[in-house]
Design a protein around this ligand. Structure first.
Ligand SMILES: [Fe+2]
Ligand SMILES: [Fe+2]
Length: 267
């Protein structure tokens, strides 16, 4: 694969490779958009990235695994940044079945996903993938009702969906490489974007929800929107809890692009 690919393919944790990309977010930096391949006895792809990166994503995936070997596609949720290559994956991986919830299936059905390729898994339930189980867990923050995180019972890796994402100033290979203050700020901003309902949440109930994650004691947190994070569960959870008191995110309004256009026109 040529070096110029916008998607990095590399081992990020035991039995797990990442298909790692960064999307520019004008005015805020960059956001990781990651998918993962679990080398289980029955291989599992977790999410399928951005539609804009469909071709390089499929190139990287074919490089990683013969697609006829892919047994499962675990959809954390069906937002566009998680289902970008789903049609290609399902076409090229005829043995793969999609793990999602009823709501995820209903939404994907609108995109033509055949029901006979779906396996319904609710939070708290497990699916056996040969040499381990994947436990579905509802993450403490999410932006779509069908969202489940997945915990790998063999490795202790946690695929946390949108939870623990962070807007970063620049791409980084691992979350440990990001200065703590930048990571705290970036996680706070992303979380207020992704979970605007947080200010309405009771702190005690939020802590209980977060405890569901913490009790798993994941060794590596593999968020869709954070570089892989090893041994950082406590720090990430502390940053996440701090977002409860963060001000609500208000995006730039129409004046911002008009200012930018006016400034551009004066040059
Ligand atoms: Fe999302
Ligand atoms: Fe996302």
């Amino acid at each position: 694969m040529e070096e110029s690919s916008p998607i990095a393919l590399r081992r990020v944790a035991p039995d797990t490779e990442g298909l790692l990309a960064f999307a520019p977010v004008p005015g805020f930096g960059v956001l990781a958009v990651n998918a993962y391949l679990i080398r289980a006895a029955q291989p599992v792809l977790v999410d399928t990235g951005l539609i804009a990166l469909r071709e390089p994503f499929m190139e990287r995936l074919r490089e990683a695994i013969p697609l006829s070997d892919l047994a499962w596609l675990y959809l954390t949720h069906v937002d566009p940044d998680h289902i970008g290559s789903i049609a290609q994956v399902l076409a090229e991986a005829p043995n793969a079945r999609v793990i999602t919830t009823y709501v995820g299936m209903a939404k994907m059905n609108l995109h033509g996903l055949p029901i006979d390729r779906v396996y319904l898994l609710n939070p708290g339930q497990r699916i056996d993938v040969g040499d381990r189980q994947l436990l579905a867990v509802r993450p403490p923050t999410f932006d779509a009702p069908e969202t489940t995180a997945a915990y790998d019972t063999k490795t202790g890796n946690l695929f946390s969906a949108d939870c623990y994402g962070a807007l970063l100033g620049e791409p980084a290979p691992a979350a440990e490489d990001v200065p703590a203050e930048a990571l705290r700020e970036g996680l706070r901003t992303w979380t207020t974007v992704d979970a605007p309902w947080l200010p309405m949440v009771d702190g005690v109930k939020f802590a209980a929800s977060l405890d569901t994650f913490r009790r798993l004691e994941p060794k590596v947190v593999l968020s869709a929107h954070l570089p892989p994070a090893t041994g950082m569960m406590d720090a990430l959870s502390e940053y996440l809890t701090a977002t409860l008191s963060a001000p609500a995110f208000v995006g730039p309004d129409q004046a911002a692009p008009e200012r930018a256009m006016a400034a551009g026109g004066q040059q």
